[in-house]
Structure formats: structure tokens, C-alpha cells
Design a protein around this ligand. Structure first.
Ligand SMILES: [Zn+2]
Length: 327
């Protein structure tokens, strides 16, 4: 009871005293400064959806609310992923929210750990098919620092899902990096590969404007099934058998950049920002979630770390010792 050593709170270890170029705002949780709203079309329903983003408390995480379902709430967590074809859908207690990945990617890239997302329909509005409009909205809300630290999921062992044809591999790293390669048998796509360090500025400039894409023959089938009713050249890159129907691309390799955007959004369902070096080959939402599930299942392959300012003034990742329960 009076044993002081048992009551100590401190840093258990710091990774080899490595110095990380962390900004202060990576240490502490963030939320929005104020509420913001916009509206857009649901990609699948084709109907107008109102979206409101509002501030939340520490440790609440990312939460969705359906205004049209008496405010039912569902957390952005892997356990609620219910569908992964074409888009990511979350379902809890019989109600769903779909096409969450682009908004989640923008929230992740800005380091926002706590936010309430309100919609009055089953879909997040697709906007222009990229994450750039959400960044504009989040910039308007501006962020606020909270007092609790962010916990990062730091891999300490490699995790691999998939096979020789398609795979995803996450390796231990001190930062978050994605290498993505795709190979489509289409003259406008072909083989594309990119590597990015996932940082705010890079996300904003190189990744967030990349739009979703689809093939005309698939779109026709989807429409017959009541899907993609809101989809068109204003919110997607559409490919015919051998050409791109849009006037121009935003990047020559916009396709692979969009895959990276999707992966960031899907990885946010881990519940923690990740420190890992990820390689993806011909992956998609389904494989993204296999990786997320595999990481969460293998608890011996990662640790939770937080950022600390060292006496030298530098910032490093370490693990906080839990306060003794004998207090
Ligand atoms: Zn997407």
C-alpha cells in the first residue's frame, strides 16, 4: 500500500532511443474544434445524404450515427465490417453504414482520434469519389488537442495474408508506409506501383485527390441490381473496355493511389493508428480486412505505444507502465 515503487508510472521502454520526427500533435488525441456539415449523393442509392461531423470526447474513437434510425450508433471497428464488395460496409444491431472508407482515410490522415459522424441515410455521400472534399470539410472544422495520448499499434513481427496471386504484408517499422502494386489487364491501367510515407502533407497532395474507379460493364450490372445509381463521371473514373471515359485523370497513376487511399481507410478500423511498413499486391477491400483481422487476432505480434517528449526535448515512442492496482 505504501510501496512507492509499485505506484510508479513511467516509460517502460523507448525503442533503442531512436529519435522520431514526431510533431507534438501526434502525441495527443485530437477531435474537431467545431461541427461542420455538407451534403452529397449516395453512390449506390443515388439519393441526397446529409453529413455532419462533430467533436467528441477523449477515448470515444470514431463513431457513426444514423439520424434516420433514432440516432443509432456504431463504432468504426473491424468487428462491424459486414460487406467488402465495391465498398466497405459496417453493420451493428441490424443497421448499416456503407462507403465509409474515403472519409475514414481523411480522418486518419489528419490524426483525428475522436469524432462523431452523423448521416441521415445508409451511405456516406460519395462527393467526387476521392477524399479531398472531406479534407476541405475537416479543415473547416479545424482540430483541437485533447489531454489523453494517442496509442499507436506498433508491429513487432511480420503479418502476411493472401497468396502468390494477391497479398498484403505488414512488417515492423517506426513509421507508417504503404507500397501498393496493381496489375489490371486494361490499356489505361496496366501495372502501377507507388510507395508513400503516410503523412498529412503527402496524403493531402498525393493521395486524397485520387478518385475511385469502375468498369462500365460492372456498373451496368450493378445498376440492374439497384447499386451505383448515384455513380457517374462526376464521382468516379469509368473505364470502357479499352479507354477511360472521363476527360482526364488527376494523376497518371490515379488508380494505384486510390487503392492506397482505400487501404488507409480500411486500416483505420484497427482502432489505432499503425506503425508498420505495408506492401500490397493486387489487393482490395476483402484482403485489406483479412489483414486487419489477422493483426487483431495475433496480439503477440504488436504492442501499443505512445509518444513521449524525452528530457532532451526529442520525442520517442514507448510504452506507459500501468499504475499499480495496490493504490
Ligand atoms: Zn475507394
Amino acid at each position: 500500500m505504501h510501496n512507492n515503487s509499485k505506484n510508479k508510472v513511467g516509460i517502460k521502454y523507448v525503442y533503442k532511443d531512436r529519435i522520431y520526427k514526431l510533431l507534438d500533435d501526434m502525441i495527443f488525441q485530437k477531435t474537431l474544434q467545431k461541427e461542420v456539415r455538407c451534403c452529397g449523393l449516395g453512390l449506390h442509392s443515388g439519393k441526397k445524404v446529409n453529413l455532419t461531423l462533430s467533436p467528441s470526447e477523449e477515448n470515444n474513437g470514431i463513431r457513426f450515427f444514423r439520424k434516420d434510425k433514432k440516432g443509432e450508433m456504431l463504432e468504426a471497428k473491424n468487428e462491424y465490417v459486414s460487406r467488402v464488395n465495391y465498398a466497405t460496409t459496417l453493420t451493428k444491431n441490424g443497421f448499416s453504414i456503407t462507403t465509409v472508407e474515403h472519409l475514414l482515410a481523411a480522418i486518419y490522415a489528419l490524426g483525428i482520434s475522436n469524432i462523431n459522424i452523423h448521416v441521415d441515410a445508409e451511405e456516406i455521400p460519395i462527393m467526387d469519389g476521392s477524399a479531398a472534399p472531406y479534407l476541405v470539410l475537416l479543415d473547416e472544422a479545424s482540430t483541437k488537442r485533447l489531454s489523453q495520448r494517442v496509442s499507436y499499434l506498433k508491429l513487432i513481427d511480420t503479418i502476411h495474408v493472401g497468396n502468390g496471386e494477391k497479398y498484403l504484408e505488414a512488417k515492423p517499422s517506426d513509421s507508417f508506409q504503404i507500397t501498393y502494386a496493381i496489375d489490371f489487364d486494361h490499356p489505361s491501367i496496366g501495372v502501377q506501383e507507388r510507395t508513400f510515407q503516410i503523412k498529412k502533407k503527402i496524403f493531402r497532395e498525393e493521395i486524397s485527390p485520387a478518385r475511385t474507379f469502375g468498369f462500365l460493364n460492372e456498373v451496368e450490372t450493378m445498376r440492374k441490381n439497384g447499386l451505383a445509381l448515384g455513380g457517374g463521371l462526376h464521382n468516379a473514373i469509368i473505364l470502357s473496355e479499352n479507354a477511360i471515359l472521363n476527360n482526364r485523370l488527376r494523376f497518371q497513376d490515379e488508380f494505384v493511389r486510390h487503392k492506397i487511399l482505400d487501404l488507409i481507410g480500411d486500416l483505420s478500423l484497427l482502432g489505432y493508428p499503425i506503425l508498420a511498413d505495408i506492401s500490397a499486391y493486387k489487393a482490395g477491400h476483402s484482403l485489406h480486412f483479412q489483414l486487419v483481422s489477422e493483426i487483431l487476432r495475433n496480439k503477440d505480434k504488436w504492442v501499443l505505444v505512445q509518444g513521449f517528449r524525452m528530457p532532451s526535448g526529442k520525442i520517442a515512442f514507448g510504452q506507459m507502465l500501468a499504475p499499480s492496482s495496490s493504490m
